[in-house]
Design a binder for this molecule. Structure first.
Ligand SMILES: NC(=O)c1ccc[n+]([C@@H]2O[C@H](COP(=O)([O-])OP(=O)(O)OC[C@H]3O[C@@H](n4cnc5c(N)ncnc54)[C@H](O)[C@@H]3O)[C@@H](O)[C@H]2O)c1
Ligand SMILES: [Zn+2]
Length: 357
């Protein structure tokens, strides 16, 4: 079993990775995050994951001899809203859920972001938070690092809080039930880590057959994320490199009403765009675009804008990465080396001309 630690300012996250680890969930919760003795557990999951893993996990956790109840949210990014959060607050309050109790997020990035936000805000913060990510994307990215939040009609993740989970249990076995589209969406974030920090990943992703090396890939991504988050937990600087591909990505994701494209598909488009723009202005080494495209395509990921440039630009402007009239944009100089630039919005618009009409 791989055990990694992320030392945050407020608390430390223990991250454990191993196939089949969920069978030991009760024992691992007991040994890593039961201090201050929670008196009950609320599991938050979505309508798809519930049918697959909820019952078994509740059964495993019954060894803790604590009351367990669950709140099921509707699956899909379009439900990552304050309304969903309010529904969970209702459930918690109906159960007289207390500050020392425990929230367990069981699901993909949407469930994790919502449950994390609830844990950060209900009663001004719940003491125990466990993330059990069930999508590849959540396993390599969203479950680690403590960013939580929900979307507003104006844009993605516009409301949120930082809250490191106490424990993250990553079981690559649950990925066997993941639809291919979602698996590929997670691959986009792995490719992102390859672009910004670990170019070898760009070769490894193409060698992953039948999930055999997936545990290794997950671990490598998490190690990068831990390093970046420990250096800049609240995204004042370095952490922004994790947003590579996300500025334009969020624009296209929004234009598709968060349903047309998966998060990873949107990020794939955003990464291809960032590399193309970078090459056109001489920041990115020539040839990167040509190398990146077939890697993304190997996972069926889109690489070109799905909507007119002008519309993507407008959609991007409501993204919170904009500051005043400037946007922090992440380029790569070459694979493994980023360059962050604060660009006036109008200039960015000009740079985007290379992406089409
Ligand atoms: N907090 C962060 O740092 C961070 C980082 C990256 C992404 N995110 C967020 O993560 C979200 C995307 O996450 P996602 O791609 O996991 O989306 P998701 O949670 O919507 O999951 C995708 C789909 O897979 C289903 N599913 C989950 N696990 C399954 C399993 N094991 N088997 C079968 N089906 C399963 C879900 O029900 C859903 O339909 C976005 O909202 C994004 O903003 C957050
Ligand atoms: Zn992402």
């Amino acid at each position: 079993m791989k055990v990694l630690k992320l030392i945050g300012k407020q608390n430390t996250s223990t991250i454990m990775i191993e196939k089949g680890i969920l069978k030991e969930a009760a024992e691992l919760c007991r040994t890593t995050c039961m201090e201050m003795g929670p008196s009950q557990i609320c599991m938050i999951t979505d309508t798809n994951v519930a049918g697959l893993y909820l019952k078994e996990l509740e059964h495993r956790l019954s060894e803790l001899k604590l009351p367990i109840f669950h709140h099921m949210i509707r699956a899909g990014e379009e439900h990552k809203t304050l309304e969903t959060v309010a529904g969970i607050y209702d459930t918690l309050s109906n159960h007289q859920f207390g500050r020392d109790d425990m929230i367990i997020a069981l699901g993909g990035g949407v469930t994790g972001d919502i449950a994390g936000y609830v844990a950060a805000t209900y009663l001004r913060g719940i003491r125990h938070l466990v993330q059990i990510p069930t999508t590849l994307l959540a396993q390599v990215d969203s479950s680690v690092g403590g960013k939580t939040g929900v979307d507003l009609p104006q844009g993605k993740n516009l409301v949120g809080a930082f809250r490191q989970p106490d424990l993250v249990l990553i079981d690559p076995e649950v990925l066997t039930s993941l639809p291919e589209k979602d698996y590929h969406s997670g691959m986009a974030e792995i490719i992102k880590y390859g672009c910004i920090s670990d170019p070898e990943l760009l070769e490894l992703v193409l060698e992953v057959e039948d999930n055999k090396r997936i545990t290794e890939l997950i671990e490598r991504c998490i190690r990068i994320k831990i390093k970046v988050v420990e250096a800049d937990e609240t995204e004042g600087g370095l952490r922004r490199i994790l947003n590579f591909g996300h500025t334009i990505g969020h624009g296209v994701e929004k234009l598709g009403n968060y349903t047309k494209l998966s998060h990873g598909e949107a990020v794939a488009i955003g990464m291809a765009a960032a590399v193309k723009m970078g090459e056109s202005i001489g920041i990115t080494k020539d040839g990167c675009f040509e190398r990146l495209i077939p890697i993304l395509q190997a996972f069926g990921l889109p690489t070109a804008l799905t909507e007119p440039v002008e519309e993507v630009y407008e959609a991007m402007l409501t993204d919170k990465k904009k500051q005043g009239d400037s946007i922090h944009f992440v380029f790569i100089e070459e694979f493994g080396k980023t360059q962050m630039k604060k660009i006036p919005a109008v200039e960015l618009k000009k740079m985007m001309k290379v992406l089409g009409d």
